[in-house]
Design a protein around this ligand. Structure first.
Ligand code: 6MZ
Length: 364
């Protein structure tokens, strides 16, 4: 097997597309610790109680959702949302993610004077504040995108960012509708789709279906967390809805797979997340293998790079080493993700160009 340092460097240099990353799951540990220490000093939380939880990266799926509640206490005020958005985009750019669909759940928090709209303004402010990278799409003007060319300067990383608004499974139908309305309103500012996420043991599909249908009627693509736990009835209902993409797809049976195959619904694959949350027994046994063998559209993603201490480059490295993929195969995997993005054709063309230019990365 080739030298692991060399392969890691190659995975880092490879232009990559990230389509499944949750903002609050992507916060740097150092930032979380700093924010938690501040809240500790103000007597709002006990820092020592949370510090070890933040730094421990192995957790079950249900522990993840408890942690998100903690993260939301630590990181949900306007200035912090702006800061973490900026940092998260910079982190993705620094590892050659050329296109990022960052998803986040708009939140109301009366005690902080926060509405879903003001939360999203804070996110957009974060995108606009990115200065270490060239935000190709900032402030999401299409002309800006058309004229942008990737810099040859190695120190300048360029990233095109779009947003997906998440509906949390704890929400009511009315709250989910409010999120879709917001997504429609912010479409010109870079919102390209809707996601359904949150604790898979909470909520019913029928609660969210009206909002997801409303999104679709308004031309917003929909991606859904599907099969993170055994729930045949819900997987069936999701496949009836036929989302534009699906996240995870861990607990699907043969019948579900054949239903997924005929419309070729792309799957956002999160190797580390699925392994750490015990949704798959090992990375080696991940359904990636079966999907790859039938050439099903897949995108390697991180889910929550902060929470699981991973990165997109690391997910590519894991796939290369576990499934013994050659550099050309890895390159193709990165390149085909272009066809699954929710952004418009101009962005797709732009991304196709990047990968055409990038023959250099193919190696052997
Ligand atoms: C389902 C997940 C998730 O939206 O506050 N989220 N939902 N499965 C997962 N796999 C581990 N990882 C993250 O980011 C955090 C929120 O994203 C969803 C959860 O609703 C979590 O609260 P935002 O930016």
């Amino acid at each position: 097997m080739e030298d692991s340092r060399e392969l890691k460097a190659w995975c880092l240099a490879l232009p990559k597309i990230e389509l499944h990353a949750h903002l609050n799951g992507s916060i740097r540990n150092s930032t979380l610790l700093e924010l938690a220490r501040d809240l500790g000093e103000k007597g709002i939380i006990v820092f020592e109680d949370v510090a070890h939880i933040i730094t421990n990266s192995g957790r079950s799926l249900s522990e993840c959702f408890m942690l998100f509640d903690l993260f939301h206490v630590i990181a949900t005020d306007h200035d912090t949302v702006t800061r973490i958005t900026k940092e998260v985009v910079e982190d993705f750019a620094s590892e050659n993610v050329v296109y990022l669909e960052l998803r986040t759940t708009p939140k109301n928090n009366e005690s902080k004077g926060m509405t879903k709209r003001s939360y999203m303004k804070a996110v957009l402010d974060g995108l606009n504040a990115v200065d270490a990278v060239e935000l190709v799409s900032s402030p999401f003007g299409k002309q800006c995108l058309k004229t942008a060319k990737f810099s040859k300067d190695q120190d300048r990383k360029n990233i095109c960012v779009r947003l997906i608004l998440s509906i949390d499974r704890r929400e009511t139908t009315a709250a989910a509708m409010e999120t879709v309305d917001l997504a429609i309103e912010l479409r010109d500012l870079g919102v390209v789709g809707i996601d359904l996420s949150g604790n898979p043991l909470v909520g019913n599909w029928s609660t969210f279906l009206p909002a997801l249908t409303y999104a679709r009627e308004n031309g917003l693509p929909v991606t859904i967390h599907c099969g993170e736990v055994h729930n045949k009835e819900e997987v069936n209902a999701i496949l009836d809805f036929c989302p534009d993409r699906i996240g995870h797809a861990c607990f699907l049976d043969e019948e579900d797979w054949s239903r997924l195959r005929s419309p070729q619904i792309p799957i956002e694959i999160c190797l580390t997340s699925n392994h750490k949350t015990n949704c798959v027994p090992s990375i080696k046994d991940h359904h990636f293998v079966d999907l790859y063998s039938i050439n099903h559209p897949m995108i390697l993603c991180t889910d929550d790079p902060g929470l699981f201490s991973s990165s997109v480059s690391n997910e590519y490295y894991l796939a290369a080493t576990t499934f013994e993929l050659s550099r050309s195969e890895m390159y193709r995997l990165a390149q085909t993700a272009t066809e699954s993005v929710f952004a418009d054709d101009a962005v797709k063309c732009f991304l196709r160009e990047i990968f055409e230019d990038g023959k250099i990365y193919q190696g052997t």
